[in-house]
Design a protein. Structure first.
Length: 221
């Protein structure tokens, strides 16, 4: 990783973000529980929150909770009375996240479903869950295409679908990727490309989390 990326992220954090004892405690709880250090960066977390705010979202869906860092960044900016539904397969991660939601005073607006996201998404579709305004896909990368297809069925015109980790240090550009994660991301792009119902783009990012990127799709009217 380029040392400049980290230095610039630190500078940008210092000018864009105030001190945030809750999010600091969240990261500490994740380290204490030895969760992998793969949460979005503070600046990316703010970006996700701004997407929720910009959309005026009252319903947000997240696939992949980990310790709840990105969850809290988004849930804080829900419209009044709004709900965030977050999906996590790992009991241990869910336990850490639940404690963090309590710490953030957000337990009342976050619903955590523990289990394979694919099953929970099917259930939400079968139950005809009210459409989500913002969806953040950030779980097991090989299933990204499947999560996007489910997200399409759980959204409405104007909804925003954000997909994390779509560049993977540049590996996404390999036409015959050796790794299932990259294949999953490329399948997602193929599905999105053939979907006339969404407009989307993808941006490369550098920073604390190295070289990666995110995709943003808007459901057309
Ligand atoms: N969004 C979080 C980071 C998520 S890391 C943040 O930025 O703070 C990815 C998470 O997806 C991990 O906690 C992992 O356990 C979870 N995950 C992996 N496979 C999954 C599956 N099949 N269903 C639901 N969650 C899954
Ligand atoms: C990984 C997963 C993520 O969601 C992320 O933001 C970075 C890395 C990973 O599985 O390596
Ligand atoms: Mg991620």
């Amino acid at each position: 990783m380029d040392a400049t990326w980290t230095r610039v992220d630190e500078y940008l954090e210092s000018v864009c973000l105030g001190k945030d004892p809750v999010l600091e405690a969240v990261l500490k709880s994740c380290d204490d529980a030895e969760l992998p250090r793969i949460a979005v960066s503070p600046l990316q977390g703010r970006f996700l929150g701004l997407m929720v705010q910009l959309r005026g979202a009252a319903r947000v869906l997240e696939v992949g909770t980990l310790g709840g860092y990105s969850t809290i960044c988004m849930a804080r900016r829900l419209a009044p009375g709004g709900k965030l539904v977050t999906l996590e397969i790992d009991d241990r991660h869910a336990t850490v996240a639940r404690e963090n939601f309590r710490r953030a005073g957000l337990s009342g607006s976050i619903e955590l479903h523990v289990g394979p996201a694919s099953d929970t998404l099917d259930l939400l579709i079968r139950q005809c869950a009210a459409p989500f305004d913002v969806v953040f896909i950030d779980a097991d990368k090989p299933s990204t295409r499947r999560y996007f297809e489910c997200a399409r069925r759980l959204t409405r015109p104007g909804s925003v679908i954000i997909v994390d980790n779509v560049v993977r240090h540049g590996a996404v550009a390999d036409e015959a990727p050796g790794d299932d994660a990259v294949r999953g991301i490329r399948e997602f792009f193929e599905v999105a490309r053939r979907d006339p119902g969404v407009s989307f783009t993808a941006l490369q990012t550098v920073g604390l989390k190295g070289y990666d990127g995110l995709a943003i799709a808007v459901v057309n009217g």
